[in-house]
Design a protein around this ligand. Structure first.
Ligand code: AMP
Length: 503
């Protein structure tokens, strides 16, 4: 019988199982491989390359022909999965892995993925990047029918729906389960013989298919393929479900279907702005080149006079290169980043987050003293980073500090797996007056890239409000899907008013 060493019981004793209260948002990276003798080690490497998508916890599940093995840990991939003894605990030629960054402060081990369950069709592990916008509603229904939820993760709903499905076989059950889900997701699942993947109907979250010596791989980004020398085969399309299945003759059969109502592809623009790694190719576009183009467009739009273009590293660096090239103003590393501190957002409270900015960035005084500095960052969310960095640059003697931001004003929260605070905590929501916002940040001038400038950088035509080419709700308020759970919580009026603000 298949067995799991799934450590669901390891959660801290103090954890409160508040199933109703969790808002269920996660940023994450996923990786899966079928039919490779080094499945766990390759998955660990893939997750390491995807570390930027989630730094709080990581997990790997494998199947060795007889048993499932599951190891899940809080912390970075490199903290746990480079240890040969750990990899010995994960034998087998099928593996799925997951990097997690919860956005809610709910960091218990019971939520660390991949989630695993023994079903009537055998064991199944699920790893999910994104956010289901109707997961709370579905979970309440499932619990009302008597199910026992072990985590507060929205992904667990998928496991329950697979378990409850009357379809024959795990692939058909996987499809049926996903057909109930709304939101933005890249989902992978593994059984004893299959690696399956699905991308939401709009393709909001990315998922790619790779190949290593005939072993199929599913991963959030191409950088996870590059690290192991795997070939990029193609993007999983929006609304596509892919099933890779071991055959008796030792080959792997790959089948693809589009079982859901067709929707236009609308990749999340925030993957290009901030989330994806610059060396990844997302939906056919080099993230690095897109970021440089954002900087070029920003330079055309901003027309600020200055002596130096200085990136807020690392996020602002490609855009600053583009800005400097376009404007002809010299590029200098006026801020040095300490790489041994996690991303700003990793600290769950505002107080520690503010402190974290100082830990992460220091001024390169010799470059900044007496200069008119054009500071380039990829985005302003709460304004914490910008405020601190502008002060840092001023304290280092800069004569003027002009902040140019390589994305539009973030006025709306994300509900598809990108960490954003509640709307009232977004700086561009708090300050509708541009000058007031500038004053709050403490800069001499402030400029954001226009929505059309961003569309152009990603290779699109100006935004067509009737048919936007990308998912861009954080800038426009136009959400591509229903927000079922949010509406249930806040009522439809609040959501309508969110939409009206965008107008
Ligand atoms: P804030 O300090 O709240 O304005 O956040 C903006 C800074 O955080 C920018 O420098 C971005 O590089 C970075 N950032 C933007 N979006 C996110 C996110 N979803 N998670 C973590 N960091 C982010």
């Amino acid at each position: 019988m298949a067995h799991s060493s799934h450590p669901a019981g390891n959660a801290s004793e103090n954890d409160v199982f508040d199933l109703e209260g969790d808002t269920l948002q996660e940023e994450c990276g996923v990786f899966g491989i079928l039919q490779h003798k080094d499945a766990a080690a390759l998955t660990a490497l893939g997750l390491h390359a995807l570390q930027h998508r989630g730094q709080e916890a990581a997990g790997i599940v494998t199947y060795d022909g007889q048993r499932f093995h599951s190891e899940r840990r809080m912390g970075l991939v490199g903290d746990h999965y480079t240890d040969p003894q750990m990899l010995e605990k994960l034998p087998g030629d099928v593996a799925v892995g997951h990097n997690r960054y919860s956005t809610t402060g709910e960091v218990a081990l019971r939520n660390v993925q991949p989630l695993f369950a023994e079903l009537s069709v055998g064991g199944i592990a699920v790893a999910h990047n994104g956010n289901f916008t109707n997961a709370l509603k579905l979970r309440r229904e499932i619990i009302a029918k008597g199910a026992i939820c072990q985590s507060t993760s929205d992904s667990e709903v998928v496991l329950h729906l697979i378990a409850q499905s009357k379809q024959q076989g795990s692939a058909a059950r996987f499809v049926e389960a996903i057909s109930h889900m709304e939101g933005g997701y890249a989902l992978i699942a593994m059984t004893r013989t299959k690696l399956m993947g699905a991308r939401d109907p709009f393709g909001i979250r990315p998922l790619v298919l790779g190949d290593l010596d005939g072993a199929p791989i599913l991963a959030s980004e191409t950088c996870a393929l590059d690290i192991i020398g795997a070939k990029f085969v193609r993007d999983i399309e929006n609304g596509e479900v892919i099933v890779c299945e071991k055959q008796e003759d030792g080959t792997v059969k790959i089948t693809s279907s589009k079982p859901f109502a067709p929707k236009p592809e609308r990749v999340c623009l925030f993957e290009y702005v901030y989330f994806a790694r610059p060396d990844s190719i997302v939906a056919g576009r080099s993230v690095y080149n897109v970021r440089k183009a954002m900087g070029r467009n920003l330079a055309r739009e901003a027309q600020v006079e200055g002596d130096l273009v200085v990136p807020v590293p690392d996020g602002g660096t490609p855009a600053a290169i583009g800005y400097a090239q376009e404007s002809g103003i010299p590029f200098e590393l006026g801020i040095i980043r300490n790489h041994y501190v996690g991303r700003t957002f990793i600290e769950p409270s505002q107080q520690i987050r503010a402190f974290g900015v100082k830990l992460k960035h220091s001024a390169n005084r010799g470059q900044l003293d007496g200069k008119r500095v054009i500071l380039v960052d990829d985005s302003v969310v709460r304004g914490t980073t910008s405020t601190k960095i502008v002060q840092l640059v001023r304290d280092a003697g800069a004569r003027e500090v002009h902040l140019v931001v390589a994305s539009p004003k973030i006025t709306h929260s994300d509900y598809y797996g990108i960490d954003t605070p509640d709307p009232e905590k977004l700086l561009a929501n708090q300050y509708t007056d541009h000058d007031e916002m500038c004053k709050f940040i403490g800069c001499d001038s402030l400029q954001f890239l226009s929505v059309d400038g961003l569309y152009d950088a990603v290779g699109g035509a100006p935004r067509d409000p009737k048919n936007p080419q990308f998912t861009d709700h954080y800038f426009t308020g136009e959400y591509p899907t229903r927000l079922v759970d949010l509406e249930a919580e806040n009522g439809p009026l609040k959501q309508q008013s969110l939409l009206r603000e965008a107008g």
